[in-house]
Design a protein around this ligand. Structure first.
Ligand SMILES: NC(=O)c1ccc[n+]([C@@H]2O[C@H](COP(=O)([O-])OP(=O)(O)OC[C@H]3O[C@@H](n4cnc5c(N)ncnc54)[C@H](OP(=O)(O)O)[C@@H]3O)[C@@H](O)[C@H]2O)c1
Length: 338
């Protein structure tokens, strides 16, 4: 059993959303947590969260699209906190728009942050973990790593790229018999600030497609994956399971379904606020901004738990329960026949 107290953990995208909830959850079990993101207000508030929860925090303003910044941050973590045990890649950005409305430089920026940011984070982690033959990298993924949806071409391309990168790297580590592990956690819709600060060219306010889960559900999944990294990937939420299975069986049917529903389901009935920030090039919590926190605007519609997540983490218990039920049923059936 791994002793998770005092683990040195790096979380990218830790100033808001899922990364913020993940960082706080590691803090609550007394980890030493390095927070990588750009927004200083969010980073400071995230560090305060971790200290209040009982952990140690090191905030390192970093743009994950810059490989030198990521590597320098990893050096600072090891100097100040010690050898990195767990690296969690979460940072991302996107553009909510039809493909025709996204400029080439915006597409490139999304790819550099949301795909290459994961690659650079993984490089920084493996450079330090492989010589020690110890450590875990968790890639925060999405059901959209397998299934593209309208209005999210740049994001879905980046998430699919992370998925392919993850599989290739995992094969290499297995072939090397490395004890360094990589695993990926495919998330459902989560109530985070992204819908209020991602660059949007939609007429209405963006929203996650229900069912929506709170970021703490995602955080629990990430911590479990970090503690059990032998599994290649985790699926979080019944909606993720349904999407991935439906896409494997009938992707063409999903194309048509999403063409009919996918533009409406990603927007509320309210117009996009005229003063909505955009975090593509700069953080949204700049000089006149505020800390956005872990949760988005959809608390009232979001679930704090997932039965599917519990089931996926308790295969053994479920199998034992199923066997016991089957044995009881068999015994009862034999008794009725004797
Ligand atoms: N929310 C969902 O519905 C959902 C669903 C499936 C998967 N996911 C996955 O979960 C992860 C987090 O999503 P989220 O909804 O929590 O996002 P979010 O609320 O938008 O938070 C994104 C985080 O990334 C950071 N970030 C953005 N650009 C950055 C850059 N260039 N360098 C460093 N950090 C940067 C942001 O901080 P700064 O702006 O301060 O840098 C923030 O901390 C993503 O990988 C996403 O694919 C989310």
């Amino acid at each position: 059993m791994t002793d998770t107290r005092n683990q040195v953990v790096v979380v990218t995208g830790a100033s808001g959303g899922i990364g913020r909830a993940v960082a706080r959850a590691f803090g609550a079990r007394h980890a030493r947590v390095a927070l990588l993101a750009r927004g200083e207000k969010g980073l400071k508030a995230a560090a305060d969260d971790i200290r209040a929860a009982g952990g140690t925090a090191l905030a390192l303003p970093t743009d994950v699209a810059d490989v030198e910044q990521v590597d320098a941050a990893a050096d600072r973590v090891e100097e100040e906190l010690g050898p990195i045990d767990v690296w969690v890649n979460v940072a991302f950005t996107s553009v909510f728009a039809r493909f025709a409305d996204i400029r080439p430089e915006e597409f490139r920026r999304v790819t550099e942050v949301s795909y290459l940011g994961y690659v650079y984070g993984t490089m920084a982690a493996l450079d330090r973990m492989k010589p020690r033959d110890h450590g875990t990298v968790v890639q925060v993924g999405s059901a959209l790593a397998y299934r593209g949806i309208p209005l999210q071409t740049a994001y879905c391309g980046a998430k699919h790229a992370v998925q392919g990168f993850h599989e290739s790297l995992r094969c290499e580590l297995l072939s090397e018999r490395s004890k360094v592990r990589v695993t990926m956690v495919q998330m459902p819709a989560v109530n985070t600030p992204q819908f209020s600060w991602v660059l949007s060219r939609l007429p209405h306010h963006a929203q996650p497609v229900p069912p929506i889960y709170q970021p703490e559900v995602a955080a629990r999944a990430v911590l479990y994956a970090a503690d059990h990294p032998r599994r290649r990937e985790y699926w979080v939420g019944g909606s993720t399971v349904g999407t991935l299975i439906a896409n494997a069986v009938a992707p063409g049917v999903l194309d048509r379904y999403l063409a009919d529903t996918g533009l409406r389901s990603q927007q509320t009935a309210h117009p996009k606020p005229a003063d909505q920030p955009a975090n593509l090039w700069h953080p949204a919590d700049g000089p006149r901004g505020h800390d956005f926190g872990a949760h988005g605007e959809f608390d009232a519609k979001s679930s704090p738990r997932s039965l599917q997540l519990w089931a996926s983490q308790h295969h053994g218990l479920l199998a034992a329960g199923g066997s016991a039920l089957a044995a009881t049923a068999l015994a009862l059936w034999r008794r009725t026949r004797s």
